[in-house]
Design a protein around this ligand. Structure first.
Ligand SMILES: [Zn+2]
Length: 243
């Protein structure tokens, strides 16, 4: 029984190690996915800024075309003023000139405003292009690291198979089934009894039961958390050089 318990404890430390490896393995793709979505987000932001700049530039070009057009109208209006035969025609031509000048001024102000906005967009695009490139480089690096680490973990898990089977062979089917059932549910299935309590849940163990556990010739489960309790002699905590 004592060797079975020892094998069981060793099996547990191996299984807990495997469990840690598997947790790390499953976390890696999730972390990468979060990084990828960050990169995509910045990429989308950048594209939106580029679209906005294109739109602003188009808007400015339209305003400038209109200014050219209005200047042509202005030339014609000035000619009308020159050719005016009476005060009425003169006034009408002057009104036209004033209106066209006002339009030109408005379009020029609009074009200036949009140019200022375009400058800001360009600055933002520059900053985000840099950020995007850095994030992409980081992602490539993390992907390479992740691939290496995953391979390492797979190898580590694979290596435990033979040793695990050796340990399994030293434990009875009944005990193994009990252990695996608790391990699946709680992870740590075997705990020590220390100072009269179960270290799995800190519940006190009845003195009579504690004595039985100390003898170590039977499998005992905690009445509260159902973990398998193994007695751990207090002197075992420090190596006293008793070899
Ligand atoms: Zn317990």
């Amino acid at each position: 029984m004592k060797t079975e318990l020892a094998a069981l404890e060793e099996l547990q430390s191996l299984d807990l190690e495997i469990l840690e490896h598997r947790k790390e393995l499953s976390a890696i793709p999730k972390n990468l996915e979060a990084m990828r979505s960050d990169v995509t987000h910045v990429g989308e932001l950048l594209q939106r800024e580029k679209d906005r700049l294109t739109e602003a530039e188009q808007w400015r070009v339209d305003r400038e075309k209109e200014i050219v057009l209005q200047n042509e109208i202005l030339t014609k209006s000035k000619a009308k003023l020159q050719a005016a035969r009476n005060e009425r025609e003169q006034k009408a031509a002057q009104r036209e000139i004033d209106a066209v000048r006002k339009t030109i001024q408005e379009r020029e102000e609009e074009a200036l405003k949009v140019m200022e906005a375009s400058d800001q967009y360009r600055q933002a695009i520059e900053a985000h292009t840099k950020e995007f490139a850095e994030l992409e480089a980081q992602l490539r690096e993390s992907e390479a690291e992740a691939r290496a680490r995953m391979a390492e973990l797979e190898v580590a898990i694979g290596k435990t198979a033979t040793h695990r089977q050796e340990l399994v062979d030293r434990v009875s089917q009944k005990t193994l089934r009990l252990y695996e059932r608790i391990h699946k549910r709680l992870g740590r299935a075997i705990v020590h009894a220390e100072a009269g309590t179960c270290t799995g849940c800190n519940m006190e163990i009845l003195p009579q039961r504690y004595n039985e556990i100390q003898r170590g010739d039977k499998i005992f489960q905690c009445a509260n958390c159902f973990r398998i309790i193994i007695f751990k002699p207090p002197t075992d905590t420090e190596d006293q050089g008793d070899e």
